[in-house]
Design a protein around this ligand. Structure first.
Ligand SMILES: Cc1cc2nc3c(=O)[nH]c(=O)nc-3n(C[C@H](O)[C@H](O)[C@H](O)COP(=O)(O)O)c2cc1C
Length: 177
């Protein structure tokens, strides 16, 4: 697992190669194995491979979603917020499970934030995605996880460059000065 964590970088440019059914099934299984608060499992996952719909998803936000255009797979992560107050956490855990599983399968991925973002003036990105994919309005949309084969591998971050000062032992140490 630590090697998968070390190698993962956000990938925003994908080759045309599609994600085969075996990998698709493993990604779906991983999403469904995500831990969820009170075991509520209030999430729903829309696996989108239709390139026309993916072009639509790429237009979810003015910035930060256009790269979806080349993704052969986009997974929309949503949850019913009437079933759990921890829907953001539950969807976040599932999103990262999808990303780490993608990495373990030799795929690249990137998170596209939808919750709290605007599509255009007067329309939020969530309503836009709901309407594009027919997702009912009781399902809150947290993210879209773009998945595919990277055009170029990205270099892993060097361990020496990590913000080790953010680790505190036993008690918080103020290092702001
Ligand atoms: C909650 C969250 C929201 C993100 N939203 C976006 C996004 O909307 N568009 C995007 O291109 N990348 C997005 N990212 C990816 C981050 O930009 C990326 O993880 C960060 O720059 C660190 O780079 P790395 O993933 O290569 O380590 C998001 C990541 C997280 C965790």
């Amino acid at each position: 697992m630590i090697d998968i964590i070390r190698q993962r970088r956000s990938i925003r440019k994908f080759t045309e190669k599609t994600v085969d059914n075996e990998k698709l099934k493993l990604l779906q299984e991983a999403a469904l194995r995500s831990p969820a608060s009170k075991n509520a499992n209030a999430w729903e996952f829309v696996f989108v491979q239709d390139m026309e719909l993916i072009q639509g998803l790429a237009a979810s936000k003015p910035f930060g979603s256009k790269f979806l255009e080349t993704a052969p797979l986009a997974v929309v992560v949503a949850a019913d917020d009437t079933k759990t107050e921890a829907w953001v956490e539950d969807c976040s855990v599932a999103s990262i499970f999808l990303q780490m599983t993608a990495q373990s399968l030799g795929l690249g991925s990137c998170w596209v934030q939808i919750h709290g973002r605007e599509h255009s003036e007067g329309l939020n990105a969530e309503s836009y995605v709901q309407s594009l994919l027919g997702i009912p309005s009781n399902l809150k949309v947290l993210s879209i996880i773009a998945i595919g084969y990277p055009v170029k591998e990205r270099q892993a971050k060097d361990a020496a460059d990590l913000q080790w000062e953010k680790i505190h032992l036993n008690k918080f140490t103020d290092r702001s000065e």
